[in-house]
Design a protein around this ligand. Structure first.
Ligand SMILES: Nc1ncnc2c1ncn2[C@@H]1O[C@H](COP(=O)(O)OP(=O)(O)OP(=O)(O)O)[C@@H](O)[C@H]1O
Ligand SMILES: [Mg+2]
Length: 343
């Protein structure tokens, strides 16, 4: 198998042999059956102003899809304003979203327009929406339903015409069950859900994606690549991709930097993040790491991949769920694989 990469065109890149020479609109590569339906839904909702909830594991393209929806809509003449709710301290979320008057709280020296207002006539992208504090959820619900809100410290009602696209890689249904997310807001956000399947469920797209990233890199690094070595491609197709498309992109970049051009080889050690079977441990800290990983995997197995709540893995392990989340990330464990349909 070899990827033949054509010269970049005005609209995107063409990767012959894998994407059938098709143009790549919005930089979204994919034609696996599992992904076709998703593309169709993106296409359908783009021309409307409906609220969209994009779900999918880390690195599956949620932000890319959110941008595509905005770009294809009539709102694209106006701004797409992005707020990552996981990156904001809880106590600042309300004023970030809805603004505040001068002196509304300690540190609020000047009045400030919120992101909701800034997105008027455009799109507001609420990334990691599951992190929205309960207290702000009711305010957002009203803003979504009535288009009305007040800046903090003001009793003057403002209006804005905003299309909300929200994304999450946690299960909002689970957060609702655990009392961390209002069900009325969930239903309001999930008017039109779009699920992005993990890469391991659309392996047909791996060659096309790898070729796409390589073409981009060739341009950026100023190196000529004629394709990807067949054994490397097999390895890419067989790997489990816990970090999904972002991880694939990183692996291609890492390999391209190591290579001088020509046929790209992907060093096998770049694809060995998942420890399986008995491991050789060389130090106490390695042994502790491996032990920690095993305990976390076991807890996830017993809780069907559930981290939060009274029956979640965090409680079972006796640690805060935020700590468990960061350990899961560090060990690059894919918690979703422990999900069973019965759960
Ligand atoms: N279908 C695709 N075609 C081409 N590139 C893609 C595709 N999906 C994702 N990417 C690329 O993969 C990277 C990760 O995508 P993105 O940031 O949209 O993922 P995400 O789901 O928002 O991740 P996270 O949950 O970690 O925030 C980006 O560089 C994006 O451009
Ligand atoms: Mg993202």
């Amino acid at each position: 198998m070899q990827v033949v990469i054509d010269k970049p065109t005005a609209v995107g890149y063409q990767v012959r042999g894998f994407s059938g020479g098709r143009q790549i609109p919005d930089g979204i590569v994919g034609h696996a059956p599992r992904f076709e339906e998703t593309l169709e839904r993106i296409h359908r909702v783009s021309t409307t102003s409906a609220t969209v909830l994009i779900t999918g594991e880390t690195g599956t393209g949620k932000e890319l899809v959110a941008r595509a929806i905005h770009r294809r809509s009539r709102r694209s003449l106006h701004a797409m304003v992005c707020v990552n709710l996981a990156a904001l301290p809880k106590e600042l979320v309300a004023s970030e979203l809805f603004g505040h008057e001068a002196g509304a709280f300690t540190g609020a020296f000047q009045k400030r327009i919120g992101r909701f207002e800034a997105a008027n006539a455009g799109t507001l992208f609420l990334d990691e929406v599951g992190e929205l504090p309960l207290g702000v959820q009711v305010t957002l619900l009203r803003a979504l339903q009535e288009g009305e809100f007040e800046r903090i410290g003001s009793n003057q009602t403002k209006t804005a015409d905003v299309r909300v696209v929200a994304a999450t890689n946690h299960s909002l249904e689970e957060a609702v069950e655990d009392g961390l997310f209002r069900s009325d807001l969930f239903y309001r956000l999930a008017v039109f859900p779009i699920h992005l399947p993990p890469l391991r469920e659309r392996r047909e797209d791996i060659p096309g994606l790898a070729g796409h990233f390589l073409a981009e890199l060739a341009n950026r690094l100023g190196r000529q690549f004629s394709g990807i070595e067949p054994e490397s491609m097999t390895r890419l197709i067989e790997y489990s991709w816990p970090g999904n498309i972002r991880e694939l992109q990183n692996v291609i970049e890492h390999s391209a930097i190591l290579s001088n051009g020509g046929i790209l080889q992907v060093p096998p050690e770049l694809l060995s993040t998942r420890v399986t079977g008995p491991t050789m441990v060389s130090s106490l800290s390695d042994a502790m790491d491996a032990g920690e990983r095993r305990l976390i995997e076991q807890a996830l197995e017993e809780t069907n991949g559930r981290v939060y709540g009274p029956t979640g893995a965090a409680v079972r392990l006796g640690i805060p769920s935020s700590t468990l989340e960061s350990k899961i990330k560090r060990h690059r464990i894919n918690k979703h694989q422990y999900r069973t349909s019965a759960a």
